[in-house]
Design a protein around this ligand. Structure first.
Ligand code: SF4
Length: 449
């Protein structure tokens, strides 16, 4: 029987800046942030589903447990985002020194395959569902290649995807369990590599697959918060509404990443509440018109920007909290950005925030631009946390940007600790309860008719 270790290397949740770290680690406002970014490594449990049932597979998340290097494995497989890459290479070296076969996939290996190939034996460039079975075939026949790559990225039909091995996560106290229902994004924002690696087309699993996956998660982790990790889950409205209807009686609590246009569909909002939605994550990116125009290609967000406050209110009127993500220090941002973005966050009563700085991640157009302009100051991937300034900003200094970020979190934290906010959060729960009760009444009446 083969023994395989699937390892998610340690990552940094709050960046490396000591002042920032010590502040946010003790801060109440970061609770929702921890929920959002402390889920399992979906890529690893996905490829596990493609391995022979009789193999002994161990899932190891270095954020939670220490790796036992005395153990013997036939294959060690690593999956990492850019900021985890140095740790992935460190782990790979220790296993390679013992003669263990090391394989690396995930976002960083996909966008930096040559670099990964210097550090591991085999690199998976693209989607694991397509490439892992190919690698396994070669492994079993003793003819392994250095790099496995899709001929065309973003083409895999997700309707063929197997259910990830969620059973491997049992024992881990993840605050959220993640799943994905779609891949691909047509928006091609300059700071993000989603369109580049998953293609411009939205691809989606079937509702039957999704419901089965949710049932499995719910049976293994009852009452656990579920995070739909899709970049934008609710794009295909008709299919999504059918899915939400199927979720109504499942007693779930979930959150999802989506976009502000859901505010324009009240039927969708009601269904989301009935299906157990607690809050949604929306990438506002910037509330400066010029900055947003600079990072968006097809101006989807820009078109909605002037209506942000009313659209936010509409979503909140259904008791759904909004967790906003923002980038400060973009090329058109002056130091005023810290003040007016904070005002926007507080005035619009956001449920939680993730404010980051422009980061030239490999595979993004932003990286190409900043490298060409000679503005990348730090090449250590360990600092590419989105919270550490690794570039020379255009209209402020590095220090001003790092301090400005801390200033924003401090101001928001003060407000989030207020009594008014507690009242607002309780109110949201009441609204959702009311919507569910009135739906049950309606359903009851229809059944009696
Ligand atoms: S930031 Fe969001 S909308 Fe923009 S390309 Fe990435 S996934 Fe798509």
């Amino acid at each position: 029987m083969r023994k395989v270790a699937l390892i998610s290397p340690k990552g940094s949740l709050f960046g490396r800046n000591e002042k920032m770290k010590s502040f946010v680690e003790n801060s109440k406002i970061m609770e929702s942030f921890r929920y959002l970014w402390s889920g399992p490594n979906l890529g690893l449990i996905t490829i596990a589903a493609y391995m022979p049932k009789e193999w002994d597979i161990e899932y190891i998340d270095e954020n939670y447990v220490e790796i036992d290097y005395t153990k013997k494995y036939d294959i060690v497989c690593l999956s990492a985002m850019t900021q985890q890459a140095p740790n992935a290479y460190r782990i790979a070296k220790k296993f390679r020194d013992k003669g263990t076969l090391t394989v690396m996939g995930g976002i960083h290996a996909t966008v930096s395959p040559e670099e990964a190939a210097k550090n591991v034996d085999v690199v998976i460039v693209g989607e694991g569902e397509v490439l892992w079975p190919r690698f396994l075939r070669d492994y079993l026949s003793g003819d392994i290649k250095r790099i496995y790559k899709e001929s065309k990225q973003g083409e895999y039909d997700l309707k063929k995807a197997l259910i990830p091995r969620y059973d491997l996560l049992v024992g881990y106290e993840y605050p959220v369990i993640t799943l994905y229902t779609t891949r691909g994004c047509p928006h091609d924002c300059s700071f993000c590599c989603a369109s580049n690696i998953y293609g411009h087309k939205y691809r989606r699993k079937s509702n039957t697959q999704i419901v089965k996956e949710l049932e499995l998660i719910n049976s293994l982790f009852p009452d656990r918060l579920i995070l739909f990790a899709d970049d934008n889950m609710l794009v295909k409205r008709r299919e999504c509404k059918e899915m939400l209807k199927a979720m109504v009686d499942m007693n779930l609590r979930w959150i999802a990443q989506t976009d502000i246009s859901i505010a324009q569909d009240e039927e969708l909002l009601e269904l989301m509440v009935l299906a157990g939605c607690q809050w949604v994550v929306i990438g506002f990116e910037s509330i400066s018109h010029r900055s947003l125009r600079d990072i968006e290609k097809i101006y989807f967000k820009l078109k909605h920007q002037s209506q942000y406050p009313e659209l936010i209110k509409k979503i909140q009127s259904y008791g759904i909290g909004i967790y906003g993500t923002f980038i400060v220090g973009l090329d058109n941002d002056t130091i005023n950005v810290f003040e007016f973005t904070t005002d926007f966050i507080l005035q619009n009563n956001l449920y939680g925030v993730n404010i980051t700085v422009p980061t030239p991640l490999p595979g993004t157009q932003l990286r190409e631009k900043l490298v060409n302009e000679g503005r990348v100051l730090n090449g250590d991937w360990g600092y590419y946390t989105l919270w550490d300034v690794v570039i020379r900003p255009r209209k402020m200094s590095v220090k001003q940007l790092q301090d400005g970020l801390l200033y924003m979190y401090k101001r928001i934290n003060e407000d989030f600790a207020s009594k008014e906010r507690l009242v607002y959060l309780r109110e949201a729960v009441k609204i959702r309860k009311k919507i569910c009760e009135s739906y049950k009444k309606r359903e009851g009446c229809e059944e009696n008719e």
